[in-house]
Design a protein around this ligand. Structure first.
Ligand SMILES: Nc1nc2c(c(=O)[nH]1)N[C@H]1C(S)=C(S)[C@@H](COP(=O)(O)OP(=O)(O)OC[C@H]3O[C@@H](n4cnc5c(=O)[nH]c(N)nc54)[C@H](O)[C@@H]3O)O[C@H]1N2
Ligand SMILES: Nc1nc2c(c(=O)[nH]1)N[C@H]1C(S)=C(S)[C@@H](COP(=O)(O)OP(=O)(O)OC[C@H]3O[C@@H](n4cnc5c(=O)[nH]c(N)nc54)[C@H](O)[C@@H]3O)O[C@H]1N2
Ligand code: SF4
Ligand SMILES: [Mo]
Length: 748
């Protein structure tokens, strides 16, 4: 492991050694999903309420924050008018107040002083910190151009900083929530239907007769309305088909569980396509009327028989067939959910293509019980002058090779900051806002090397996340409960607009993202892009354009609008799909024109080396990545992750339930902290599983520090998706160590 020298991690003191109750809830049983949602009414003492949009994850539920007479936040509950939540929050949303109350929060701006081992943070005023950021920005702009400053971002803080970046002439922006998450899904569905999948995903589960989940662990993945709709479908008796090497919560509700050999999903999908076509089970009218390239697809899948797929996937051929028949029987009221975190093996766009094609053959797109057609209310943008035209953008360092990338690719922008980068344009400085890229972009060592090579690193965060320890300047944002952000105008069955407003004053010296970005903009001489004095003025202007006002929205929180377009494709009508042919493309002209396979192919992936297991990872209902691990309320529900191992594996290594082990990956990287073993038949023998987000390295997050293992430390290898450049991350293997490994050189 290389020694990181220049930009050393600053530990910001090792706070408290408080011992905590071991209250880890481990999902050994499979709970009734609906029990997770809170709908307790507020007490009378909780008198004042203000609207918010939950920011504990990115489903963005509209909610009410209740305060008592002293102005203390008592409770957050769902807004009944919200189709994202139907008035109920998930456990994380209810626990969101812990983000506000967390004593470990960043409190003031910080400036790095000193070099190497002597480096430390000094507390600074906002003026000092902002002036320094602008000074450094101007130096880099002068030397290398505005494009050489990159923005890594996520969530509701992102638009404020994107606007700032676009205003000074940089479009070098990216987020792990694309390249490490849904980028390949967007490309795969765009190639097929001419549009990506919106959030919330427009699956019509409440009317589905069959639901297919590939990976996609709904119930652990706790996206609110989706889980509720899935729950309804289970109660309605829909046939649930789950493809997962692990017996997930969703699998426990399934009629058919297909414990697939990891990385072989494309073979299964191609076999299903084969069965539908060659056994005449597809929707002929729909395919004839709305699709392009059926004959090519038919000959393409001729040899992809269920026998062929059964060998590759290690699945029972009868189950493969039975699942296809269940889908065909339910069609068109069947939804093969596209998934969300789809950055798996590097052929991810093609796997998503295969799922999109399957939905098309079933006639599910735009049909009741399949996919509805979502609609949104168009909220006009505040009138502003045009942005300057950058000399180059993220596209110039990406599109030559990854021609189907739909947005900035984090790993490519990072690589353009490495000392030995051969990128056409180099990236010299970073802003990291509301994303913990050391945990969310794989190949952590590369990220650290790139950081060491930067002219400066600014981090805007609420918590002392480990990326904060590497910053030159830290700008502390207040939490979502203390600020305004952009309106939520999402695409859904019912168009809505929702408001987030502050329920409390920002604690300590923290500030809202919009304020931080605006102050930087003004200091950079970009006043013309900030004609409004505060966010109330901007939001009120926008709301008035759509017939409401800030005053009304403060009382209502959310407003529903009438739909103007049909919810489903009217039976038998002509329909235009925004692809080059105007049809659903079974044969993708978009991919073909860029030189990619027009139809998905199966390619095999590396198998486990002897004694090693594939590292797979996922979610727990009560946490969102690493962002909630230190939240006092949610940490109380689950304070460490465990390692799922099959009894066969336990036998080989002589493991007992609850035993502490360490992991070592194929590149000899070991986990920093021990993780407890959970022996279970619910996982295949070739894989081990853990929940992402644990094993936090920063001691300043005292509840989270050192609890459990970090998947991201062990993802030192990736397979890049050849269409989008996103990182397939499930190509890493680990072995299990029963003794603590010799201390290796870690970066901190
Ligand atoms: N509680 C909670 N909910 C969340 C989040 C959170 O942090 N916490 N995050 C949200 C976000 S941003 C996202 S993107 C989603 C992610 O959630 P999903 O989109 O559901 O993520 P997946 O990666 O599809 O699902 C992980 C599952 O894939 C299985 N798996 C692993 N390898 C394979 C394979 O080769 N084939 C198949 N078929 N299955 C495999 C694992 O066993 C696991 O059950 O969750 C969202 N919801
Ligand atoms: N190893 C591994 N890597 C992954 C995944 C995985 O499962 N395993 N999942 C992938 C997926 S699906 C996704 S979507 C990405 C998500 O990855 P990220 O974008 O990194 O995740 P977030 O939790 O949104 O961001 C976390 C950071 O935001 C800070 N934060 C929280 N609230 C606020 C706020 O209001 N303002 C500011 N300024 N900061 C805030 C937190 O303190 C934390 O530092 O990760 C991807 N990477
Ligand atoms: S799903 Fe849960 S955490 Fe996510 S926004 Fe909704 S209530 Fe908040
Ligand atoms: Mo994600």
């Amino acid at each position: 492991m290389s020694k990181i020298t220049r930009r050393k991690f600053i530990k910001i003191s090792a706070a408290g050694t408080a011992t905590l109750a071991m209250s880890g809830v481990i999902l050994d049983s499979t709970p009734k999903i609906a029990d997770w949602f809170d709908k307790t009414p507020a007490k009378e003492s909780e008198v004042e309420r203000t609207p918010t949009i939950c920011d504990v994850c990115f489903w963005k539920c509209s909610a009410w924050v209740y305060k008592n007479k002293k102005g203390h936040i008592q409770k957050i509950i769902g807004n009944d008018l919200d189709p994202h939540s139907n008035g109920r929050l998930c456990p994380r949303g209810t626990g969101g107040v812990g983000m506000y109350n967390d004593n470990d929060r960043l409190k003031t701006p910080l400036i790095r002083v000193g070099e190497g081992d002597d480096a430390t943070f000094k507390e600074a005023t906002w003026d000092e910190a902002l002036d320094l950021v602008v000074k450094k920005m101007n130096e880099v702009i002068e030397k290398y151009g505005p494009e050489s400053i990159a923005l890594f971002n996520h969530g509701s803080t992102a638009p404020h900083f994107e606007h700032l970046f676009n205003s000074f002439g940089s479009e070098t922006t990216a987020e792990p929530a694309v390249a490490q998450c849904l980028g390949s899904r967007q490309a795969g569905y765009y190639a097929t239907f001419g549009e990506g999948i919106t959030t919330p995903e427009p699956v019509d589960f409440v009317n589905s007769k069959a639901i297919v989940l590939i990976g996609n662990h709904i119930g652990e993945n706790m996206h609110n309305g989706l889980v509720q709709d899935f729950s309804h479908a289970v109660e309605n008796g829909a046939s649930i088909i789950v493809v997962d090497p692990r017996y997930s919560t969703a699998a426990s509700k399934a009629k058919i569980w297909l414990p697939i050999k990891p990385s072989t999903d494309i073979a299964l999908l191609l076999a299903w396509i084969h069965i539908l076509i060659y056994e005449d089970l597809y929707d002929k009218n729909y395919v004839e009327k709305y699709t392009y390239g059926f004959e090519q697809l038919k000959s393409h899948v001729a040899n992809f028989t269920p026998e062929w797929a059964a060998k590759i996937t290690e699945l029972d051929i009868n189950l493969i067939k039975k699942a296809a028949y269940e889908m065909a029987k339910a069609a068109p009221a069947v939804a093969v959910h596209p998934g969300r975190h789809t950055a798996w093996y590097g052929d991810d766009t093609q796997r998503e293509r295969a799922s999109a094609i399957l939905n098309a053959l079933l006639g599910a797109w735009g049909r009741k019980g399949g996919f509805y057609l979502p609609e949104k209310i168009n909220v006009p943008k505040y009138p502003l002058p045009h942005y300057p035209e950058p000399d180059w953008t993220w596209q110039d360092i990406t599109k030559e090779k990854y021609r189907g990338a739909i947005a900035g690719v984090t790993n490519i922008i990072r690589d353009a900051s490495l000392p030995d980068s051969d990128a056409k344009h180099k990236v010299k400085a970073w802003f990291v806002t509301a994303t913990n890229i050391l945990q969310s972009i794989p190949e952590r060592e590369k990220t650290l090397k790139a950081i060491d090579n930067l002219e400066f690193l600014v981090v805007v965060d609420t918590m002392p996340a480990d990326i904060v320890g590497y910053a030159d300047i830290v700008l502390p944002e207040c939490t979502y409960l203390e600020r305004y952000d952009d309106l939520r105008a999402s695409k859904h069955k019912i168009p809505t607009v929702a408001l987030r407003m502050p329920a409390a004053e920002p604690k300590n010296e923290t500030k809202p993202g919009w304020w931080i970005a605006r102050e930087l903009g003004i200091r950079l001489g970009l006043e013309k892009y900030y004609p409004w004095k505060d966010y109330e003025e901007l939001l009120d202007w926008q709301l008035r354009q759509i017939g409401t006002s800030l005053e009304e929205m403060r009382k209502e929180g959310i407003k529903q609008f009438e739909r103007k377009t049909p919810l489903y494709i009217p039976e038998g009508s002509e329909w235009y799909f925004p692809t080059a042919t105007g049809k659903i493309e079974l044969y993708s002209t978009w991919l073909a024109n860029m030189g990619y396979d027009a139809m998905p192919k199966y390619k095999s992936h590396e198998d486990n080396p002897p004694g090693f297991y594939r590292l797979i990872y996922g979610r727990a209902p009560m946490h969102t990545f690493g962002r909630t691990i230190n939240n006092p309320n949610l940490n109380d529900l689950m304070d460490e992750n465990v390692l799922w191992v099959n009894p066969k594996v336990a036998k080989i290594h002589g493991l007992k339930n609850g035993q502490e082990v360490w992991l070592q990956n194929q590149d000899n990287i070991t986990s920093d902290f021990p993780i407890k073993v959970r022996i279970t038949e619910r996982i295949r023998h070739d894989s081990v599983f853990m929940v992402h987000g644990f094993g936090q390295l920063n001691k300043k997050m005292y509840r989270a520090y050192g609890k459990g293992a970090a998947d991201y430390k062990l993802l030192s290898k990736v397979e890049l998706d050849d269409v989008t450049g996103g990182t397939g991350m499930r190509v890493n293997f680990v072995t299990i160590l029963t003794e603590k490994p010799q201390k290796q050189e870690v970066e901190s």
